[in-house]
Design a protein around this ligand. Sequence first.
Ligand code: 5GP
Ligand code: MN
Length: 338
Amino acid sequence: MTKREISEIKALLQSPKKIVIVPHKNPDGDAMGSSLGLYHYLKLFNHHISVITPNDYPNFLKWLPGDELVIKYDNNKAAADELIINADIIFTLDFNALHRTGNMETILTEADGIKILIDHHQQPDNYAKYIYSDVTICSTAQMIYHFIDMLGDLKLLNSNISTCLYTGIMTDTGSFRFRSTTSTTHHVVANLIDNGADNAQIHNNVYDTNSYNRLQLLGRALNNLNFIEELNTAYIILSQKELNKYNFQKGDTEGVVNYALSLKGVKFAVIFIENQKESIIKISLRSKGNFDVNTFARQHFNGGGHTNAAGGRSELSLKKTVEKFISILPTYKNDLKS
Ligand code: 5GP
Ligand code: MN
């Protein structure tokens, strides 16, 4: 973002505005942490702010400060459309293309409000007036911190802002262990702790609130682990029947793919999750090193994301989706073996 753009945004925020903040569909920790972190920052001024998510998000995020104010588009469409159409400013966070908001795409495309995109995914679309895109930053939450810094307002960090941003950074870095975690990330996080983020409590709230069923489902997933040793690839399949057996709740499969990636030597890990309601197979892809799952997901599974973490979907059956995957794999033999 240029200095001129920052001063334009600063001028824009000088007087009370109607603001809408939107993260991607199926919001994760970074989507919610960055949205609510920005909310608490803007709240310090006299704006009218709404956080509107395309749909619901996991229970392990429902303790975030401001959670009770979040409007879910899929069951409040009329009221949300009104807020979006009347908004002076629309922040779109943690996604790179409006279709990532699912059913909100149409209304967001139509809305006249000034759009500000803040995101760390590859290849952002050009729908926003102001674009702060940086694929080298680990999380959108860290970008919100830098955004507040660019606006000269780090002195305004409070415990609500810090708690939300810490949560986004923590979840998108796999608790500060992915390659995207830099010394800057640690400096940012240190400052968030100094300004009221209770790090041990946040870890507990997000990671140590599992239901018994969720852990049983994880056990099932680990039993379903397949390992293609010669291609350094591991994958997990979860059918709708298995999800039902363990009373699947949103978020229960979050992070499961990382167990496949933790197998010694594995460079490429995938989980296929059947979603009968949407008639799709949701696919999460992870890699170590240079194997680019963003490109893989874009080319074969209608998705995208980052080099080492991406998502996608398939409209084939579960069985056919996995067969397709297995048939494609050998063409990547050189990348996966080296
Ligand atoms: P996950 O596998 O956890 O759903 O997503 C991994 C990463 O890829 C996240 O950063 C997520 O935002 C992104 N992602 C997931 N699904 C899609 C998709 O369908 N399209 C694009 N462009 N990115 C995705
Ligand atoms: Mn993110």
